[in-house]
Design a protein around this ligand. Structure first.
Ligand SMILES: Nc1nc2c(ncn2[C@@H]2O[C@H](COP(=O)(O)OP(=O)(O)OP(=O)(O)O)[C@@H](O)[C@H]2O)c(=O)[nH]1
Ligand SMILES: [Mg+2]
Length: 616
């Protein structure tokens, strides 16, 4: 032998790599029971079984070879022999946590595919035994095609066997196995890892079995996506079906209170402010609280069970086509609440290009502020009937609007990725959490927080914007026979905007709502509520906002308005947080520009298509 063989210790975080390294070399590398203890490479020497010395490098834990955080890059460079000071290792010592086999096998499979001589240490078998998990190392060896040795690094169990196998591996003839370096997507890798793990597991406790069965079903290539679609579908049905009784009740209270004040107060500007601004405006938004809570009930429960990360795996392939990766899933998911925390959550995405793309499409996820707008228009224009047993038309349309946002995001994401933010991205690895029943207290706290956020918005930004709008729409006073809104300052501004949005079917009232809705999207509902209340003084009888809208807009206009809201960057906070997260004005301006353009075109196409079908 002419040179000292180089052997790299690799594996997932917290598998016991440093403990094994210490056992082999006698070194005292820091070990600790959490991922990310080792963040640099550490080299040590140890004696092979044939009496020669070998160099062993302990590496930071990683989930995949192409992950991009700096510590994982060290691992990648050493394993692939890249970087300045590295050479290709003569052998790999892959460390697995026996109790976490399917997760750890994913990375192991990737490493074995490199074709370097490899020895697998099935570590922590003591803990696996304690938990009633029995593994067959021989089966694992057969499936992986490399030697597998059971170890307990902290008790030096299996250390001599590891040394023997490493000696063979590092000094024997190199045979690059077939299929070396094949790239596979995370879901395929995950399934293969699971298959192998299932075969190697001789017996396990019922909870572990349950997890595996459930994963087999939920990550199934056909059944998995169907289950995901059904879950989402049920969620949107519920938003309408379950919310109807409490929402109707709330609406009754708000209208009743407004009416009571209307009849008991003498006419004055204050009465108009309270009745037309507060009740008809802000009240029109608040009645959507039940819808919002039901949406979040579903999201919180799905998160709590551990299903959301599975959904991320299912979506990874689809998102891959859009130039995104699975790690964008969680930020995009939080954008369904609000794009602001969603965009902040992109900090977990390692690849800067993946991250930027995710930021740019996050506003396309339907945030909960859009729900009142959608719900109002749907309730006003879409008949409440079943198209099939248990499938209501209203829920179907709402589902369609959410899907339109998602599909739009995928298409625009892939365009942006190809034309604007070019370059390779990273891939995605994530540990699958254990399934569990969501804790009721967690869900309740989550719901309470959501309700509070919503009501706080209603009491602050929505209230303030609506009050401002009320002032602008109430003055100067209209002459006899004139429409109040038309005569007002707001009406004049709206006429200016109307010139631009008339071609896509928007009327004056929508034009009036567009600008204040930049402060918060729900204000669109409040603005329309206030405007119609101001103009409706002479109407007899009590009308809900839905009825007023239904009486004044054509279906084509309503649909165009919905299409606009799917895409338009209708929110200043989102633009501000984008500026902060991308350190400059370039990307927020790009985002605002492209979203307005898409919204305009989408609304126009919707309007003219509807008109062509006679719905104008
Ligand atoms: N019971 C038991 N504990 C072990 C075994 N191997 C390692 N540990 C413990 O598991 C924890 C993680 O070990 P480390 O060696 O730090 O893991 P690592 O793979 O180097 O982790 P990173 O450096 O974060 O990637 C430590 O608390 C070790 O004491 C084992 O075989 N049995
Ligand atoms: Mg370590």
């Amino acid at each position: 032998m002419t040179r000292t063989p180089l052997i790299a210790v690799v594996g997932n975080p917290n598998a016991g790599k440093s403990a094994l390294f210490n056992a082999l070399t006698g070194a005292r590398q820091k070990v600790g029971n959490y991922p990310g203890v080792t963040v640099e490479r550490h080299a040590g020497r140890f004696m092979l079984a044939n009496g020669h010395t070998a160099e062993l490098v302990d590496l930071p834990g990683a989930y995949a070879l192409d992950a991009g955080s700096p510590d994982e890059e060290v691992t990648r460079n050493v394993v692939l022999g890249e970087g300045d000071y590295e050479r290709l290792p003569d052998a790999l010592l892959v460390v697995l946590d026996a109790a976490n086999l399917d997760n750890h096998l994913r990375f192991a499979l990737q490493l074995i595919q490199l074709g370097l001589p490899t020895v697998v240490a099935l570590n922590m078998v003591d803990l696996a035994e304690r938990d009633g998990l029995e593994l067959d190392a021989a089966v694992l060896e057969a499936e992986l095609g490399v030697p597998v040795i059971e170890t307990v690094a902290v008790r030096r169990r299996g250390i001599d066997a590891v040394r023997d196998k490493l000696t063979e591996a590092a000094t024997g003839p190199r045979d690059v196995r077939e299929g070396a370096g094949v790239e596979e997507d995370p879901l395929t890798l995950q399934r293969r890892a699971r298959e192998i793990a299932m075969k190697a597991i001789v017996s396990e406790t019922p909870t572990r079995q349950f997890t595996h069965r459930l994963d087999g079903l939920l990550l199934h290539p056909v059944a998995g996506p169907i289950i995901l679609a059904v879950l989402l579908f049920v969620m949107f049905q519920a938003v309408f079906a379950w919310a109807a009784p409490p929402a109707d009740f709330l609406e009754g209270v708000v209208i009743g209170a407004g009416e009571w004040i209307g009849t008991n107060m003498t006419d004055s500007w204050l009465k108009s402010l309270i009745v037309d601004g507060l009740f008809a405006g802000v009240g029109a938004v608040v009645v959507f609280l039940p819808q919002i809570l039901i949406l979040f009930l579903f999201i919180l429960v799905l998160e709590g069970t551990g299903y959301m990360v599975r959904a991320a795996f299912l979506m990874d392939k689809l998102m891959g086509r859009a130039g995104l990766n699975g790690s964008a899933f969680i930020p995009l998911l939080s954008s369904f609440a609000c794009a602001v925390p969603g965009i902040m959550a992109t900090r977990t995405i390692e690849d800067p290009k993946d991250r930027l793309t995710t930021i740019l499409i996050a506003p396309l996820m339907t945030c909960s502020a859009r729900l009142p707008v959608y719900a109002l228009i749907i309730a006003a224009f879409i008949p409440n009937r079943e198209v099939a047993p248990f499938i209501g038309l209203q829920g179907l349309v709402l589902f369609g609007l959410y899907v339109a946002g998602i599909v739009g995001a995928l298409i625009l994401g892939s365009l942006i990725r190809r034309k604007v933010v070019k370059g390779e991205g990273g891939t995605f690895m994530m540990e699958l959490p254990k399934y569990q029943m969501p804790r009721i207290s967690d869900v309740l706290i989550g719901l309470w927080q959501r309700a509070w956020i919503f009501l706080k918005r209603a009491g602050t930004i929505i209230l303030a914007t609506t009050m401002l709008l009320w002032v602008l729409a109430s003055y100067p006073k209209a002459g006899p026979g004139e429409s109040q809104v038309e005569a007002s300052i707001a009406g004049k501004i709206a006429s200016g905007i109307e010139v631009v949005v008339e071609p896509i079917g928007f009327n004056r009232d929508i034009s009036l709502a567009l600008l204040p809705a930049m402060a918060a999207r729900e204000v669109a509902v409040a603005a329309i509520g206030t405007v119609y209340a101001l103009d409706a003084e002479d109407e007899d009888g009590l009308q809900t906002l839905e009825e007023r809208v239904a009486g004044r807009w054509s279906l084509a206009t309503a649909l165009a308005f919905l299409a606009w809201f799917v895409f338009a960057p209708q929110c200043i906070s989102t633009i501000a947080v984008t500026r902060r997260e991308t350190n400059g004005w370039k990307w927020p301006l790009f985002m605002t520009g492209y979203l307005f353009a898409v919204a305009y075109v989408a609304a126009g196409i919707t309007y003219w298509t509807a008109v062509a079908f006679g719905l104008g």
